[in-house]
Design a protein around this ligand. Structure first.
Ligand code: BGC
Length: 899
């Protein structure tokens, strides 16, 4: 029986505050039989949960599309809840029942509906980093049906109603390019309101809007006053609708959070009353808030909110050489500490956060640069239960001053680490028989969690935490496999578009807070770099392939095009990028001493990215049906590739003999077939000559193993990935890393540190190896032309080169894709899962016997070519056994120990 097991709108089946353009419906089909595809669908929307009042019916539509279906003919009203459902007819003319329903509620959809005034609680002499509080009482005198609040802030805010913090969202309204657009949130107040007096309280901190950003110690980058905007919509049983707006009837005062900053930390004084917890009338005597006249383009929140997603207890209490107690959380994490203990009246507790201990056992904070990462709590003689509200820290270790009366056990029990990040849904997992690689994969996941905090950041601890565009695109495929990041990146890409300049340049960080500084130093023309600005093309393209969101691709297309056209007109040669500032293969190990710029010529790197972006742009144009553009940019890509070969190669060899110089043309398809193998062989030799060690930096590393595996040197890639001596991924794992480091030798073999000025222990860029683990070890991949996993490739690594077992799965928008394989003595066993409305190909070596499980279906096609078998599969579960003596030998441990 075919059925629809799930239907979602914008990746969730219950969404408050959706924007019109995000009404995109997707559903998962499931069936017992194999080879199921959709032939027709019918969608319905209703304004009642039982579908008695249908407001949209698509009728039967002959289409296989089951992913991100837009409803152009549906015109939603503001603040209205809609239920939706779908049914389909499959390839065997079987009609399903209606799916379970989902709902969304629209936000305020037009600016006209915003009636509230901005209010600020700030006085003229407001101290830096101060936290302000706003308050409003209101009466409800008759039965209420529903209540919503629509709210946003300049700064970051937390809203409380009648002592209930609304949801657990942190750092609302999030960080966008505020000058272009500002997100607002929608919450359901109905369960928290009562007849009689009700209180709304807002705590407001500087956040990204006004607080310190970057190593330049710049403040007030978007404005000099924190402010809040909100309106409460009440619907009463008698049909009356009432709106409570922010205005000068709101009062402002102080509360227990005295000051807060992302880098500095937070100061909390429990002696100061918390207005959110006291419904006292004295707040009526607070000063009236000042109304401000301001205009912002308000958009409903796009990505999932930042929330606490896990709690960790300290694993031990250490002592530094001076006897200071240091808590070890056992994991380099990003978040905050919750403290639950009794402090005397006026007693001060100070928590300092750091990622590592120095060689003497002291908390190492030099790499935090100007970020103090310090939390100070003053007691009031009672039990406190507090965690920073407006700040977060990157840390594994915390020094504790001021809790001397507690034993180590009591200290551990009164402190909890709370992990925070954008609450993305986990979508992928990887596992293999090498525990060190499994730990590496865990470190990749932690690196992502720590740096997907509302925007994709470079690091979560020092005075940076910025949306570096290079880092974001390097990691996007890995990140999008681990978690569903469609909404997260859609939000960030809106800021990328907003901050892209009229001439097409894409800033190095988005939201772009370095604009003024960088253009002053380097001038406008050089205000970008290859490998960073290319995020404007690579990110939307990757999201298109992962999620099939046409709307997103179409929105991004003008910016993608502007970027490639910008490159085209730089310098004196339209087919080369040979001018301006370039980061090149940033932090590569083949750099000159004391330099961060790798040895691969920067214009080689720039031209390679130019060709790659032009080629992805052409594919995007094709996907969107822009045939002329598709042809034009394909030609550009070819012209650039040709110039690349002409300028950077001689007699078929790369002139620059670095690893990255060989990786990029292979990874980006810049070489004709006859040259490819030679370049791949040279790359293999370079790695081998270096005793299977890499020398690559930010731009070579992500594609290093892929370039080898895809060109006949998979064993070399495996040796690199499993390499344990410096420099390698597993070197940091052996050093006890629990996240990915910024430098291959963040901690050097002798235990000393890389220089303090740029040494993050939580930088996800090199975690991009995760993509290769999925694609070339577990063997879970999609084809070049695949959209939203409709054309899956299974490529289990049965080479025996390093692994004897691996498994991975990915929860695509169509349903789960999975593979699980193992080598037994003399046989290989592989299980795969293909969701309905998708097809796959599995690539297997040509063993003696391939046996399918007994209930096998003869739908698959077996093609043999050059000792490789390609078997085509429709949807369903499959189980293969291949018997061959090939699988009896090689043991991973033996193989790796050679090096
Ligand atoms: C960041 C990087 C970033 C780089 C650009 C660093 O400070 O941490 O990850 O891409 O600057 O040069």
């Amino acid at each position: 029986m075919t059925e629809i097991t799930r239907i979602t709108c914008f990746d969730t089946n219950a969404m408050l505050g959706v924007a019109r353009e995000n009404i995109l419906l997707s559903w998962e089909i499931s069936a017992q039989r194999r080879d199921v595809t959709q032939h027709q669908y019918q969608l319905q929307l209703a304004i009642s949960a039982d579908f008695s009042s249908i407001c949209y019916d698509s009728g039967w539509i002959g289409s296989a599309q089951s992913v991100n279906v837009a409803l152009p003919a549906f015109i939603p009203s503001s603040c209205q809840r809609y239920w939706y459902r779908v049914r389909i007819i499959d390839d065997q003319q079987e009609q399903t029942d209606w799916s379970p329903s989902g709902w969304f509620e629209t936000a305020l959809l037009t600016s006209r509906e915003w009636k509230a005034n901005w209010v600020t609680p700030e006085s003229e002499d407001e101290p830096a980093e101060s936290v302000s509080y706003l308050h409003r009482m209101f009466d409800i005198e008759k039965p209420l049906v529903s209540a919503r609040v629509y709210a946003t802030a300049l700064g970051i805010y937390q809203l409380t109603v009648n002592k209930h913090a609304l949801e657990k969202d942190l750092f609302s309204p999030g960080w966008t390019s505020y000058d272009d657009h500002l997100q607002f949130q929608v919450w359901d107040l109905t369960p928290h309101l009562k007849q009689g007096k009700n209180a709304l309280n807002v705590a407001l901190a500087e956040g990204w809007f006004k607080g310190e950003l970057s190593w330049l110690k710049k403040r007030e980058l978007y404005g000099d006053k924190k402010a809040f905007l909100g309106q409460v919509h009440l619907r009463f049983a008698d049909g009356e609708e009432r709106i409570i707006l922010t205005d000068s009837q709101w009062r402002c005062g102080t509360g227990p959070v005295v000051k807060s900053g992302f880098y500095s930390g937070e100061v909390f004084d429990a002696r100061r009353p918390d207005p959110a917890q006291h419904l006292c009338d004295e707040m009526e005597n607070w000063t009236p808030a000042k109304e401000l006249k301001m205009q912002y383009r308000l958009v409903p929140q796009i990505s999932e909110p930042v929330r606490i997603t896990e709690s960790l207890k300290p694993v031990s209490v250490l002592r530094d050489p001076e006897g200071l107690r240091i808590l070890d959380l056992g994991q380099n994490m990003v978040g905050r500490l919750r403290v639950q203990t009794c402090l005397d009246d006026g007693q001060i507790l100070t928590l300092r956060h750091g990622e590592v201990l120095d060689q003497s056992g002291k908390l190492y904070t030099d790499n935090l640069r100007n970020a103090l990462q310090t939390v100070q709590i003053t007691g009031n003689g009672k039990n406190i239960d507090y965690a920073p509200v407006f700040s977060f820290q990157g840390f594994r270790y915390v020094s504790v001053e001021g809790l001397d009366a507690l034993t180590d056990e009591q200290l551990i029990s009164s402190i909890t680490g709370e992990v925070l990040h954008t609450e993305m849904t986990r979508s992928g997992d990887f596992n293999c028989d090498n525990p060190l690689i499994n730990q590496l994969y865990q470190n990749i996941l932690w690196g992502q969690r720590g740096n997907f905090v509302d925007v994709p950041t470079d690091c979560p601890q020092r005075d940076e935490r910025l949306g570096w565009t290079g880092d974001a695109h390097i990691f996007i495929r890995t990140g999008a496999t681990n978690y569903n990041v469609r909404r997260f990146f859609r939000k960030w890409l809106m800021s990328v578009s907003a901050d892209q300049k009229a001439n097409g340049t894409v800033p190095m960080v988005v939201p772009d807070i370095l604009r003024e500084y960088i253009s002053k130093i380097w001038g406008d023309e050089t205000y970008t770099s290859s490998g960073w600005g290319d995020a404007a093309v690579i990110c939307p393209w990757t999201l298109w392939q992962m999620y099939g969101d046409r709307q997103l691709l179409a929105e991004q297309y003008p910016g993608m095009k502007a970027w490639v056209q910008y490159i085209h007109q730089t310098g004196d040669d339209p087919w080369l990028w040979n001018s301006g500032f370039q980061f090149g293969d940033w932090l590569a190990l083949d750099a000159e001493p004391d330099s961060y710029f790798g040895a691969t010529p920067v214009f080689l790197v720039a031209t390679a990215f130019y060709a790659w972006s032009a080629s992805l742009l052409s594919r995007a144009a094709e996907a969107l049906g822009f045939a002329e553009d598709a042809a034009l940019y394909a030609e550009w890509a070819e012209n650039v590739s040709e110039r690349f070969r002409h300028v950077f190669m001689q007699n078929g060899d790369m002139m620059a003999d670095t690893q990255t110089a060989h990786i990029l043309p292979l990874a980006f398809g810049l070489l004709p077939e006859k040259q490819r193998q030679g370049v791949a062989d040279r790359l293999h030799h370079l790695v081998r000559e270096n005793y299977y060690h890499l020398t690559t930096g930010f731009l070579g590393t992500p594609w290093l193993c892929t370039a080898l595996s895809a060109h006949g040197h998979h064993e070399t890639a495996v040796k690199l990935a499993c390499q344990r001596t410096f420099p390698s991924w597993l070197f940091s794992v052996d050093q006890g890393a629990t996240t990915i480091w910024e430098h291959w030798d963040g901690i050097k073999p002798d235990g000393s540190f890389w220089s303090a000025n740029m040494n993050s222990y939580n930088h996800y860029a090199y975690g991009a190896i995760g993509e290769w683990l999925f694609r070339y070890i577990a063997g879970l991949d999609y084809s070049e032309k695949s959209v939203a996993w409709d054309d899956i490739v299974f490529r289990p690594d049965l080479s025996g080169a390093g692994f004897r077992q691996a498994s991975a799965h990915y929860d695509s928008v169509r349903g789960r894709v999975a593979i699980d394989w193992r080598l037994n003595n003399g046989s290989a066993e592989i299980k795969v899962k293909v969701p309905a409305n998708a097809k796959a190909i599995i690539i297997l070596p040509e063993g003696e016997n391939v046996i399918l499980e007994k209930n096998n279906h003869n739908s698959w096609k077996d093609i043999r070519d050059n000792h490789v078998r390609y078997i085509r599969l429709g949807s369903g579960n499959y189980h293969f056994m291949i018997e061959d003596e090939l699988f009896s030998s090689n043991n991973s441990a033996e193989l790796i120990s050679e090096f």
